[in-house]
Design a protein around this ligand. Sequence first.
Ligand code: GLN
Length: 191
Amino acid sequence: MKIGVLALQGAVREHIRHIALSGHEGVAVKRVEQLDDIDGLIIPGGESTTLRRLMNLYGFKDALQQSTLPMFGTCAGLIILAANIVGEEGYLDKLNITVQRNSFGRQVDSFESELDVKGIAKDIEGVFIRAPHIESVHGEASVLSTEGDKIVAVQQGCYLGVSFHPELTDDYRVTQYFIEAIVKPTVIEKV
Ligand code: GLN
């Protein structure tokens, strides 16, 4: 599979490394035309306000709203995929969820935790950096993982979103799941 990583901001190289470790080809996506040439897209973390501004500027908002590409958002990428953001307007509206930004408290800027992620593994290494959490899921979206009483991973059809940063560890199983269990079946279905 050929997987794009939106390369406007964030840990692009780290995601490409995880795609390669999963046995697939990763490419940095900087222009909307490249979307025609990939099987799935990863939207990395960073700062969602900046990311939104850049996505508007380079035409990614319209292109991705119309696109049926499978997408995987990590941290700020999860915020980008959400239908609702507390106190702000939702953006791509791909995941039927409400997210709360920076929700683990200012004093806990970042932390690590072992997560049980449904369908993937019980010991996924989760790195949280000024992370959002998912306040509620609606319609078809289903919860894959929680940290304490907060939802931190969801899937809805070909869309996957997590609050944490799998790409900052050596544990590439979440990326591998996205490619093998979501992108591959979607591509086969399209043929
Ligand atoms: N706090 C950031 C935001 O709300 C997300 C942080 C991250 O992606 N590590 O956009």
